[in-house]
Design a protein around this ligand. Sequence first.
Ligand code: NAI
Length: 259
Amino acid sequence: MADTATPKPGLQVDLSGQVALVTGASRGIGRAIAVQLARCGASVAGVARTKEGMDATLTAIREAGGTAEAFAANVAITADVNRVVEEVEARFGGKIQILVNNAGITKDGLFLRMEDDAWDDVINTNLKGTFLFARAVGAMMMRQRYGRIINITSVSALMGNPGQANYSASKAGVIGFTKTIARELASRGVTVNAVAPGFITTDMTDSLPDKIKAEVKERVPVRRLGSPEDIADLVTYLASPGASYLTGQIIAVDGGMTC
Ligand code: NAI
């Protein structure tokens, strides 16, 4: 049996005329989200550490007939984030309708032996980065009385995972942040939700030993690992105008692992 789902065309919603900013769009889940949003007609601003890192994603989007541009930022640095949001607004006519906070890292280790750097780097990238981008676009979304913010958390936040105290804490922080700002922004037409992927085949998980991957598969009721496209489909729905009554939710896409 294949590990990932058969590639599928992807959920189709109409996002034409909208601008979607996707962080960590150079590969993996972020790339799949960027491609899918562009296929639906959004102009995609893909953020990666370097512009060159975005080349493969831009090619995939343009081959699919979509529009996209690359922007460079370290999501953990306030000045980078504010600059990129200004650049995206200048390039795409002053408005961003969709923000996907996807950039994330792991620095795993048992917590008793965890160095401060491993804690700080993961919290700053996964949690602070999410805060910084949401803050940078939040006022504008409130003014335009429309916005879709989708944060990528993890089942590690819901279940805990040995060796990932820093990562689980950062992603649990994203959940609390999501629910809080959903309440702060709801009356202005801005929805905020989080997607919690289970075990998805990307560079982040490729390095795990085959034994661990086989064990994970045993724990997943649907008996396969997820694909980035499995996540992109839900993100696309949450990003759509039709999802206006859905906010403050944390939705696991995990083959039933946390059910
Ligand atoms: P990946 O490692 O393949 O890609 C992560 C992306 O984030 C890359 O584009 C990377 O360049 C970017 N990034 C990391 N730190 C950055 C920084 N400081 N500034 C700018 N960009 C930065 O990871 P993957 O698997 O695609 O994960 C995407 C998101 O999904 C992450 O937030 C991850 O925590 C989450 N996730 C992934 C799961 C999986 O099984 N792959 C499971 C649960 C959550």
